[in-house]
Design a protein around this ligand. Structure first.
Ligand SMILES: *Cc1c(COP(=O)(O)O)cnc(C)c1O
Length: 969
């Protein structure tokens, strides 16, 4: 072929790298950006910033960080850190175990954007897939625990135990404030329970439940089954003793052990909780994994977190949705006792698929095998005179008064991590991946070579009747996982198709934009996701020895530096597992700081009426008294009201919780003054960082005057939402609060007092997803981060401008501009036509969209946040749909379509709808399901008609539908 010289290029530097990440992360290209700016009548994006962002908070200087790095280079840099981690064979246990993630689940769920980019299933008609998977999770939990109901996950076992404590308190009439925690509960759980108890005013007694319980008058008891040392405690007797004094009992249990053991439900527990990590979710140096939480029927309205329930749709078909959604943070706000919002949906789904794939027989085989290998190890060691526990499932505690240190070191030399318990004991926990060869190695480690033990011989002795660690009395004899779902998909083909069937029911970012205001559904880039499953990040125990995780620590420090620079704070804690737990951790830092300067009595928390429900819920958990301050008609904090209340309470003022830009999507001009008012009256400022996507690179909370913020890494910093979690909510603080950040008893955080107490089970929360944010910051660099914020603001203003012709935009800031999101007011239209914000949300599904945030923060509105990742083409497609919907509303208003029979009130439409023989509606089938060209070209089919929330709450069911309903089908 001849060379084409017609387009000479002047220099290599002008050939932009195709791997330039900023260009890939940001949706609009140069032409689209120019067109949107022109539509807004603004000359440049810098001018838009001048018009939009108050001068008092706008940064003059660029962020002090490097500039963007290509995908390949960033991955190579991270690889060099990962290589500094050592992946030892872990026998540490303590609630974290090696597991074999089935590859079919690894690739098709964990690494699949169809699963990980979905949002919390607020729109159930386009979320039936993950709702079914989560319902399966609840069924697994109910079966294994023997309880009446279960939720769809909590953040981790330790915080689940803390939730159980508060549930016991409010469900119990006893007057005492004493809570008893067995001394053989996992130490990290005790740590978190103590932290949580302090501000609820509970007294924690840690003791031996067999001998000490009767000496205390308690409202509840926390047990561990099997115990942290491996013993299968006789929890029946302990539960009976607790019940005798009318105390409630929460049991933390190991789900794999429960496959063989009598269920705590059968033995009388009120609450059963634990971690489903070992059901096919990697340890990840601490997470993310799903905690489970099950309770008896009478506690159903008090269970924290989200519960998936069965209901029906408008056609009477069975359908799933989140049950009792309006409780907790939404209605109870300051009366709430739990602040759970983001949980661990993706990981709960993985665990439930693990059980679907293995089925009851597969799980039993796994559990029996682990137990058999443990019995072989126990019997061999006992034969050689080593003292180990008599009862066990998979964990042994060896008492080695002379040789513990030596054995521990020999294990390390052999590439194995054991648990150190005091000076003379070692713990060994086996798991699904343990082999007979591993057990042989462990004999060598503990006994030295030449011990003469043989795994096959020991096995033969057990077959012939030698004892194992579970007595006949403690073996469970009821069936588990009898539902057809757990007995149908055991070949890879069947499993693949089942998961794909569910995935296909769910709308995620692979289909189109999810313009949920306050949720920041931006690109979760593949290069950011890839490192999560590198073994050097995923196969590491959270309490692995420090010298095996130097790569992790370098990555974490580097991430902390990035976030310190971006926020303008002095220190960052990476421990909280969600925005809400960040709020809690931040408020604790404030309270402890105030106590340290003799102002521990300050207990008033001001919260503007527009706040997210987690704010008052977190404040209540920190024992703060909430005083709500007003907003003015423009949606801004009413500064006069705020000042008056701050001054009125100046002797007791602890803090203000404020979201910036506000949840109304506006940069309040007075924010600097607001911070000053609070400080002048002795308070601290907590700035909710959920809206950081409107600040990164152009302003900083620390510069504005705030003292502490959480960052939702699953919003602003590219961690995917996972269909309702995981998330991460690290907090940034000014230096005076830094000494009060959460540490960790088992694995203290460098520079902090280990007595600070933990807010999560592990020191760095869900550490294995932190590389996502590290990659995001690295690949965008200082200019890409700033550009992202600018384009997010441009996209929101373009959206507001175009929609405002048809729908009133509720709040605007200076120069009529919005921040990174905008609220459109549906109330006038509703008044005139009867069409509701819900009708519009459901109708958007027919057009191929996920609805915006509905009725938050203002009832009767829609809040739209396009983010920087959506192109002008996608924005226009959404705008066109909204304009067409407006025309449809007008037809209802004019009477052309009846109020109770039109495409809005009957939305969404399904394939079944249009297959009926007698179509007698006043609109056509085409208008129903192909209302626009884009809907026709790229149709996303809702699987259900509108789902009836109230029906499901009145007829509450949170288990898999009965086998009969399958048979009827
Ligand atoms: C999302 C959000 C939160 C809660 O964050 P989670 O990670 O879901 O716990 C708090 N405040 C605001 C304004 C939010 O948008």
């Amino acid at each position: 072929m001849a060379t084409d010289n017609s387009t000479p290029v002047s220099a290599l530097s002008e050939l932009q790298q195709t791997t330039d990440f900023t260009r890939r992360h940001i949706g609009p290209d140069a032409d689209q950006t120019a067109a949107m700016l022109a539509d807004l009548g603004v000359g440049s994006i810098e001018e838009l910033m001048t018009q939009t962002v108050p001068d008092s908070i706008r940064l003059d200087d660029a962020l002090a960080m490097e500039d963007s790095v290509s995908e390949a280079d960033a991955l190579a840099l991270l690889r060099s850190l990962a290589d500094q981690n050592t992946v030892n064979r872990s026998y540490i246990g303590m609630g974290y175990h090696n597991t074999q993630v089935p590859n079919v689940i690894l690739r098709n769920v964990f690494e699949n954007p169809g699963w990980y980019t979905a949002y919390t299933p607020y729109q159930p008609e386009i979320s039936q897939g993950r709702l079914e998977a989560l319902l399966n999770y609840q069924q697994v939990v109910m079966d294994l625990t023997g309880m009446d109901l279960a939720n769809a996950s909590l953040l981790d076992e330790a915080t689940a135990a803390a939730e159980a404590m508060t549930l016991c308190k409010r469900s119990n009439r006893k007057k005492t404030d004493v809570y008893f925690v067995a001394d053989d509960v996992h130490p990290q759980t005790i740590d978190v329970i103590k932290t949580r108890a302090a501000y609820f005013g509970f007294e924690i007694v840690v003791g031996n439940p067999v001998t000490d319980l009767e000496n205390h008058d308690v409202f509840g008891v926390q047990l561990q089954y099997p115990s942290t040392y491996g013993d299968i405690t006789d929890i029946k007797t302990l539960i009976d003793n607790a019940k005798a004094q009318k105390a409630m009992v929460s049991v933390a249990a190991d789900p794999l052990a429960l496959v063989l053991l009598k269920s705590p439900g059968e033995l009388g527990a009120d609450v059963v909780l634990g971690s489903s990590q070992r059901f096919g979710v990697p340890m990840g140096f601490g997470g993310p994994h799903a905690a489970f939480f099950a309770a008896s029927e009478k506690l159903k309205r008090s269970v924290p977190g989200r519960i998936i329930g069965v209901s029906i749709d408008a056609n009477g078909n069975q359908a799933l949705r989140m049950a009792m959604q309006t409780r907790e943070q939404h209605i109870r706000r300051e009366k709430a006792t739990s602040n759970i919002c983001t949980a661990q949906a993706l990981l709960a789904n993985m665990a439930s698929f693990f059980c679907v794939y293995h089925g009851p027989d597969g799980l039993k085989t796994i559990a029996e095998r682990v137990h058999r290998l443990t019995a072989i190890l126990a019997n061999g060691l006992k034969a050689k005179g080593v003292a180990v526990n008599d009862t066990y499932f998979d964990t042994l505690t060896l008492t080695l008064p002379e040789t513990a240190a030596e054995v521990y070191q020999r294990a390390l030399d052999a590439g194995c991590n054991l648990r150190q318990i005091g000076a003379d004991k070692l713990g060994i926990a086996l798991d699904e991946t343990t082999t007979p060869a591993d057990v042989a190695d462990l004999f060598d480690v503990v006994l030295g070579t030449g011990h003469g033990l043989n795994v096959a011989d020991l096995d033969a002795e057990i077959v012939a009747g030698a004892a194992t660690g579970i007595t006949a009395e403690m073996r469970r004899n009821d069936a588990i996982l009898t539902h057809p779902t757990f007995n149908s998909y055991h070949s890879e083909t069947d499993m693949l198709r089942y998961m794909k069937k569910l995935e296909n029911k769910d709308y995620s970012l692979v289909h189109g934009m999810i313009p949920l205001g306050s949720c920041t559904m931006k690109l979760n880039a593949t290069a950011e996701m890839i490192p999560v499953t590198w073994p050097e990040f995923s196969n590491i125990h959270p309490f692995a020895p420090a010298d095996q995780v130097t790569g992790y620590h370098k990555m974490l420090s580097s991430l902390e530096e990035q976030l310190v620079e971006i926020t303008g704070y002095d220190a960052v804690s990476l421990q909280p597992n969600s925005g809400a737990s960040g709020e809690y951790a931040g408020l604790l830092a404030i309270r402890k700081y105030q106590a340290s300067i003799g102002e521990g009595d300050r207990n008033i928390c001001l919260i503007p009426s527009s706040a997210h429900g987690t704010n008052p819920a977190s404040a209540a958990m920190a024992d703060l008294k909430i005083i709500v301050t007003r907003c003015d008609e423009k949606g801004n904090v009413d500064v006069a009201d705020l000042r008056a209340k701050a001054e009125q309470h100046k002797d007791d003022l602890s803090c203000l919780m404020i979201t910036y830009p506000s949840t109304h999507g506006v940069y309040e001009e007075d924010i600097v003054e607001i911070c000053e008012i609070i400080h002048k009256n002795g308070g601290q400022v907590y700035m909710d960082g959920a809206n950081m996507n409107a600040q990164v690179g152009i302003s900083k909370p620390g510069v504005i005057g705030s003292d502490v913020s959480h960052l939702n890494l699953h919003k602003t910093f590219a961690i995917p939402h996972g269909g309702g979690g995981p998330g991460m909510g690290p907090i940034g603080v000014k230096s005076h609060l830094a000494p009060f950040l959460a540490s960790h008893k088992v694995s203290p955080v460098a520079g902090l007092n280990p007595e600070n107490g933990a807010v999560a089970a592990t020191p760095y929360g869900s550490a294995s997803i932190l590389p996502i944010t590290w990659m995001y910051n690295k690949m965008l660099g200082k200019s890409g981060l700033k550009r992202s914020t600018q384009v997010a603001i441009l996209n929101a203003n373009y959206m507001a401008e175009k929609l405002s012709v048809h729908y009133p935009v509720l709040y605007r800031g200076r120069n009529n501009k919005v921040a990174h999101e905008c609220i459109i007011d549906i109330r006038p239209l509703k008044e005139a036509s009867g069409v509701t914000e819900e009708d519009i949300s459901k109708r958007l599904m027919d057009y191929g969209f996920h609805a915006p945030t509905m009725s938050f923060p203002v009832p009767g509105t829609l809040m739209i946040e396009p983010t920087e990742s959506e192109s002008k083409v996608e924005l226009d497609r959404f705008i066109d749909a909204m304009i067409q919907i407006k025309a449809e509303i007008e037809k209802v208003q004019s009477g052309e379509w009846p109020a109770d029979n039109n495409p809005l009130c009957r939305a969404p439409h399904t394939q079944a709808d249009i297959m009926v023989d007698d179509w007698s509606r006043p609109y056509t089938r085409e208008e129903a399901v192909f209302p626009s060209r884009s809907a026709r070209e790229n149709k996303f089919w809702p699987t259900n008609n509108r789902i009836d929330n109230v029906y499901g709450d009145r007829n509450f069911i949170c288990s898999c539908p009965s086998i009969e309903t399958y048979m009827e089908d």
